[in-house]
Design a protein around this ligand. Structure first.
Ligand code: MV4
Length: 451
């Protein structure tokens, strides 16, 4: 096992990785910007090192400086968390070239999955069902029009380098497709430096369901069931849960097995997430993307399986064979997570950093509560990074108990100093459609005006 691991990230995920290092007897190295010197993750790591100014491009995204910090502190491995450099194949390669262990999949797999059209081809070849659409990238609008005629309108133009909705446009007919084509390519070029696009049939009222996989470097892979992540606002997830109420156990185990098999065939290593859309009429799942990192919402999977995903990532990066089989993995109860963001609901959910005067929860009256927080009382939230301050996860024997646990927690939540999204999430938890499990992408239960 590693003696020292460097965490190329900040906030709650840095703290989460420190906890995993502690459990494994590994010394943790926090790297931080000047703006983050007073943050809890810096104090909690075994060692810390300042890597530059507040601006992320000059600190958390500065690959050379991070690698220098790793050399200077004699780290043996780098965990990138999520965001920042976590899906940067160049950085992963640089880490490996410096003879450090990269806590993540091989750089070639990151590249493959980062280009969404090639990811779809690979998923198809590995046996996963795809949303009907173009077989790869589109060369011109005539090709797009021809594919749209074949699959039927409405369709979506999506950016090859995209994800998260950027460079994505819907078209309801041929005239709309010309406009969608121009706009999607323009936005893709501006956002990602690539105007490459592909086309999919638009699935209305679908659910967003994603499977968690864990693969070792010896060709073994297991799945850890699915998460339901349909409730998003402007492509930001607000609330996630596991398992999904929309899958039968047979469908779950069948698709899980295909996902694990496909991951092994692709040479995947570490923790990964395979995203699907579920057709509301047929219930069928269709692959859309694979994320080659630990996801923000990984705790709901941990809560229902008892498997520590961060410890697993590190053990896999150290070369361990998977220490359990698919049959050992069982679903225990139900878990729901809300992402608390320091945003002002009175001002269109604008990020509103400030000093946190108080931060506390009423204990759960049922089930159990987990809080993965970036903040502590007295901490100033720097304005330079994302606005998530904590994740609150409720577990219950069943979904109703998980909902009750989380509602109690949010009702008893005291945050003084910054506005948060908690009121919105409390409204969602209380909404009849949410309680009934009727979830659709693009719909926010209980708050239709925000959808
Ligand atoms: C779709 C879709 C409907 N049909 N693809 C948005 C982000 C990107 N990762 C995938 N997205 C979608 N792709 C097809 N073929 C609807 C969405 C979508 C969405 C997906 C998940 C969660 C929220 C969403 C909100 C709007 C649209």
């Amino acid at each position: 096992m590693f003696r020292r691991l460097l965490i190329a990230n900040r906030g709650e995920i840095a703290r989460r990785i420190i906890r995993a290092c502690d459990a494994l007897g590994i010394e943790s190295i926090a790297v931080h910007s000047e703006a983050d010197a007073g943050q809890p993750f810096v104090a909690e790591a075994t060692h810390s090192i300042c890597i530059g100014p507040a601006r992320a491009s000059q600190s958390y995204l500065d690959m050379e400086t991070i690698l220098q910090a790793a050399a200077q502190t004699e780290a043996q491995a780098i965990h990138p968390g999520y965001g920042f450099l976590s899906e940067n194949a160049l950085f992963a390669r640089m880490v490996q070239q410096q003879r450090l262990a990269w806590v993540g999949p091989p750089p070639a797999v990151i590249t493959l999955m980062g280009e969404k059209a090639s990811a779809k081809k690979a998923a198809d070849a590995a046996g996963l069902p795809l949303v009907p659409g173009s077989a790869g990238l589109l060369s011109n609008i005539d090709e797009a029009l021809a594919v749209a005629e074949t699959v039927g309108y409405p369709v979506l133009i999506k950016a090859d380098a995209g994800g998260g909705g950027k460079g994505m446009r819907r078209a309801d007919d041929a005239a709309g497709l010309q406009q969608a084509w121009d706009e999607a390519r323009q936005e893709a070029l501006a956002s990602f430096g690539s105007a490459e696009v592909y086309l999919e049939k638009y699935l209305a009222s679908a659910r967003h369901i994603e499977f968690q996989v864990l693969a070792d470097s010896w060709g073994n892979a297991v799945h850890l069931f699915e998460r339901e992540c349909s409730i998003q606002r402007r492509h930001q997830k607000l609330l996630e849960e596991a398992p999904s109420v929309a899958l039968s156990h047979e469908q779950r185990m069948a698709m899980g097995a295909r996902v694990a098999e496909a991951s092994a065939r692709l040479g995947y290593v570490g923790a990964g997430t395979v995203e699907f859309l579920q057709d509301p009429d047929s219930g069928e799942l269709y692959f859309i993307e694979m994320n080659t990192r630990l996801q923000v919402e990984h705790p709901v999977t941990e809560e229902i399986t008892g498997i520590d995903l961060v410890q697993a990532q590190i053990r896999i990066a150290a070369g361990e064979r998977l220490w359990f089989t698919q049959d050992d993995v069982r679903i225990d109860g139900h878990a729901i997570e809300v992402r608390l963001n320091a945003e002002d609901p009175e001002d269109d959910f604008r990020p509103s950093p400030g000093t946190v005067e108080a931060f506390s929860f009423k204990p759960a009256t049922t089930g159990r509560l987990r809080v993965d927080a970036a903040i502590e009382p007295g901490i100033r939230i720097p304005p330079y990074y994302d606005s998530m301050i904590a994740k609150v996860i409720g577990w219950g024997q069943d979904r109703d108990e998980a909902i009750a646990t989380l509602r109690t927690a949010l009702e008893g939540l005291e945050v003084v100093g910054v506005p948060t999204t908690a009121g919105l999430q409390a409204d969602i938890l209380a909404a009849p459609d949410f309680v009934a499990g009727d979830l659709r992408v693009g719909v926010i239960p209980g708050r239709p005006e925000l959808s």
